[in-house]
Write a protein that binds this ligand. Structure first.
Ligand SMILES: [Zn+2]
Length: 150
């Protein structure tokens, strides 16, 4: 939920850091056809600042569902877990693509809590992913754990 002013220069740095994709569901901006939001990792409502270290990109769905939360329940253990932090944590440690590339699966309590609360497999993104898979461009090569880059 971005309210404070973020300079064009800072936006460009954050966009490059996030490689133009949502930090949570990994939807690329070019597939969505609209600019990604600037996400405050620690929400401004909780004292998060508009500095590079606290900013990443998120699609509007993930950003909306995240709201001002920093943690959520892991559906498997019903324990409160911190949400995934795309700047400090590695996506492939916490998430993996299902074999058909349609769904994100949680590998850790944080991964599962983030999938649930940000609805990373919501019905709208599932439809879009079907087209991405059919185009042969999904899931992204860099999300394969063996490449080690994410
Ligand atoms: Zn997203």
């Amino acid at each position: 939920m971005s309210r404070s002013y973020i300079s064009v220069e800072l936006r460009q740095l954050v966009r490059a850091d996030a490689r133009l994709r949502c930090g949570y569901c990994h939807a690329p901006e070019m597939f969505l056809g609209m600019p990604l939001d600037i996400d405050h990792l620690l929400p401004e409502a909780l004292g998060g600042t508009s500095t590079r270290e606290n900013l990443w990109l998120a699609c509007s769905r993930c950003n909306d569902f995240k709201g001002d939360r920093i943690d959520s329940l892991d559906p498997e253990t019903a324990q409160r877990q911190p949400l995934f932090n795309p700047r400090t944590q590695r996506w492939t440690v916490h998430f993996a693509w299902s074999h058909d590339g349609m769904r994100i699966e949680g590998l850790t309590p944080t991964g599962r809590a983030t999938i649930e609360s940000l609805r990373l497999n919501n019905e709208f993104i599932i439809v879009a992913r079907q087209f991405w898979v059919e185009s042969g461009r999904w899931p992204p090569l860099e999300d394969r754990p063996e490449t080690g880059q994410s």
